[in-house]
Design a protein around this ligand. Structure first.
Ligand SMILES: Nc1nc2c(ncn2[C@@H]2O[C@H](COP(=O)(O)OP(=O)(O)OP(=O)(O)O)[C@@H](O)[C@H]2O)c(=O)[nH]1
Length: 324
């Protein structure tokens, strides 16, 4: 593909390093989380799954869907952070999920900006479905239990806080954090509605234990679903990001990083960032040098937050491209 900086290779060179060593993150709390979810799912009446709208193909644990969900309980899938995903791909994401899981209700949301009316509509639809399902031995029990699950850092805890605030006017209970992996164990049940009595449980974010491809791993890194701390190769991830930005002709990074023109040279870019942000470290105990690792993490984090410009569509674009 030709661009402002000349012809780029059609793919990023993943061959020259062992990408499985670059991104590996399935901590113990996820294994335990899977077990707890398995036990809890038998008892719940409905499932709210939250995923990142920018990467509808990535990270959803296939075992979870085969063994645990199976379409037997009302299941609402919210593709969240839609504010960071290009509108032109919204419907495509929904169609993709519906094709794979026809029994699942899918909606795009942004918990940062969703109105009480919109949230309440989604929730009431789920409750209506839950109430219709025969409950056999639990027929006399007038309480309903819902589980919230999904991959890390997609907004599960934010959703619970919003629902509780909306339905009970109560303050936050679930811990929200900008980094993935804040919720590390299944929460106690949290009451979110009085009539009917509805309880909800938060669960730790769970990923696929074995990521399928370098693209998938890097997508999860770039959308901050895997913490950057989990890779010792932030510079490599930053290089991949730079490759994609150039490939899709998204040049806002030039101004943000204080460069005079687009570049394919990641060291040049990171040095500029380190210089502008005063990221330095001591070398061999005495000499101050630019901290390129910190610069790489900063570059990646700013991208994942959307502050490097409107790149959302590009994450979705490469998500679709690599799956086709
Ligand atoms: N841009 C944007 N940010 C959001 C949205 N929803 C949640 N966030 C932010 O995403 C981050 C993660 O939110 P959490 O609710 O902690 O996510 P979680 O899925 O519970 O995370 P884990 O503890 O890793 O499982 C926080 O910084 C939220 O403010 C959204 O719709 N749009």
């Amino acid at each position: 593909m030709a661009s402002k900086i000349g012809r780029l290779p059609s793919t990023f060179d993943f061959q020259s390093f062992r990408w499985k060593d670059v991104v590996r993150w399935f901590p113990g709390h996820m294994t335990k989380g899977m077990r707890d979810l398995e036990e809890t799912l038998i008892k719940v009446d409905g499932i709210i799954e939250v995923h990142d709208a920018r990467i509808p193909h990535s990270g959803r644990n296939p075992n979870f869907y085969k063994r645990l969900v199976g379409g037997h309980k009302p299941h609402l899938l919210l593709l969240n952070k839609a504010d960071l995903a290009d509108k032109q791909y919204h419907q495509k994401s929904i169609d993709y999920i519906k094709q794979e899981h026809p029994n699942v209700e899918v909606s795009l949301t942004s918990f940062e900006s969703i109105t009480a009316q919109e949230l309440s509509k989604l929730f009431v639809n789920l409750i209506e479905q839950i109430v219709e399902v025969p409950r056999f031995t639990r027929q006399l029990n007038a309480e309903y239990q819902i589980i919230v699950c999904g991959i890390p850092n997609v907004g599960k805890s934010t959703l619970i806080n919003r629902l509780r605030n909306m339905l009970l006017s109560k303050p936050k209970v679930a811990q929200v954090g900008a980094l993935p992996g804040v919720t590390r164990s299944m929460s106690e049940r949290i009451k979110i509605c009085e009539k009917p009595k509805i309880y909800i449980r938060d669960s730790p974010g769970i990923l696929e234990p074995k990521l399928k491809s370098p693209d998938e791993s890097f997508r999860l890194l770039l959308t901050n679903c895997i913490p950057l701390q989990q890779t010792t190769y932030s510079d490599l991830a930053a290089d991949y990001l730079l490759y994609l930005l150039n490939k899709y002709e998204k040049y806002q990074y030039v101004e943000y990083c204080g460069l005079s023109e687009p570049t394919t040279n990641i060291i040049k870019l990171l040095t500029e960032v380190a210089q502008n942000k005063h990221f330095t470290k001591t070398y061999k105990g005495y000499k101050l040098v630019f901290d390129l690792e910190q610069a790489a993490r900063h570059f990646l984090l700013e991208f994942s937050k959307g502050t490097l410009g409107i790149y959302e569509q590009f994450v979705v674009i490469f998500s679709f491209l690599s799956s086709s």
